[in-house]
Every structure is written in C-alpha cells, then in structure tokens.
Design a protein around this ligand. Structure first.
Ligand code: 5GP
Ligand code: MG
Ligand code: MG
Length: 180
C-alpha cells in the first residue's frame, strides 16, 4: 500500500474545507447531507468543525458494485430528511466522473432545496462527464484508485486513518479474500 495522504495531511485538508464552507455560509443555518458510505469518516470530522447551526441527513449512492471502475449509479433516498426551502451542502468522499453529485444535486433541487452546493475531500484529475464541478475541494489527486478514510475496496479499508493506493497485487488479494 502506498500512502498518498497521511493522517495529519487529511486533518489539515478537512480544516481548510471547513474554513472555506464557514466563510461562504457564515451563520446561515445549513442542511448537510452525507453521501453514504464513502463520506462517513470525512462527514463526522467535517460537521464538527463547521460553526453554523446544522441539520444533518444522509443519502446512499452506489456505483462501483465490487469493481474499481465506475458502473451503473443507484441512489437510495429512504433516509433523507426534508430539505424544502433549505440551503443544502452535499458531502462526498471523492468527485470522479461527477455523476453521483450531479444526480443527487438534481434530486435536492427537485425536493425543493433553496440552494445546493457540494463539498468533497478529493477531486480526481480525470475527464469529467458532467458540467457540475464541486464547490469546495480539499485535495486534487491523480487518477488512481484510492482507499482509506472512508473509501473502500469491496467494503474493506474504510477504517484506515490515511489515504492509500492499492497495488495490483493487493487488489487481486483483496478480491480473492472476499470470494473465499
Ligand atoms: P463519480 O460519480 O464522481 O464518478 O464517483 C463518485 C463515487 O465513486 C465516490 O463517491 C466513490 O464512492 C467512488 N469512487 C470514485 N473514485 C474512487 C476511488 O479512487 N476509490 C474508491 N474507493 N472509490 C472511488
Ligand atoms: Mg461514494
Ligand atoms: Mg465504494
């Protein structure tokens, strides 16, 4: 495993992200929505650093289905809270193709949100397939498959306190372990 961002670099990044979001919204109440499951760790760290009054909710998106390449996107909004007339901030772990945040931003508008912005820990340097760009970004990273700090491969590695790149051997071993 090759470490891309250490625990203390991640902490600094989340602090920067929170400061940017605080500067943008000031004391206005904010409805902060975690896009599960990848944003789990970031979300817990981020919301405790934001200063405004907050409503907190979750929505679930899934597009990987066991692989490391993006596939069909499904969104489960059963646990969503009411966002009618609210300023909404969507929080996700990583912006890759942008399909997830683009789709969910549209859903928030359909649900009646007054405004919708997006914040991510990581922004991958790839060819995005949507016009949307994240409003708040902590780190730009190269186009590699990363795990840790909430991001998984086959539901493993979310608990790592750092962000790492798996080698092809580690990917194969994890897949073999999952199948056995
Ligand atoms: P997008 O819809 O922007 O292509 O993808 C966003 C979702 O794909 C993220 O929420 C994340 O769950 C997953 N994803 C994208 N890149 C990576 C990566 O490098 N590692 C992991 N573990 N998940 C990723
Ligand atoms: Mg995700
Ligand atoms: Mg995943």
């Amino acid at each position: 495993m090759r470490v891309l961002l250490t625990e203390s670099q991640l902490t600094d990044g989340v602090e920067r992200l929170a400061a940017e979001i605080d500067a943008h919204y000031g004391d206005r109440p904010l409805t902060v929505i975690a896009i599960m499951t990848g944003s789990l760790v970031l979300f817990a760290d981020l919301i405790r650093r934001l200063s405004m009054p907050q409503r907190v909710g979750v929505i679930r998106a899934s597009s990987y289905r066991g692989g490391i390449k993006s596939g069909e996107l499904t969104v489960d909004s059963q646990m969503m809270i009411d966002v009618t007339g609210r300023d909404v901030l969507l929080v996700d772990d990583i912006f890759d193709t942008g399909k997830t945040l683009d789709r969910i931003s549209g859903m928030m508008t359909d649900f009646g949100a007054a405004s919708v912005k997006t914040g991510v820990l990581l922004h991958k340097n790839t060819d995005h397939v949507v016009d949307l760009r994240p409003d708040f970004v902590a780190f730009e990273i190269p186009d590699e498959f990363v795990v840790g700090y909430g991001l998984d491969y086959l539901d493993m590695y979310r608990n790592l306190p750092y962000l790492a790149v798996l080698s092809p051997d580690e990917i194969a071993q994890t897949a073999a372990d999952a199948a056995s």
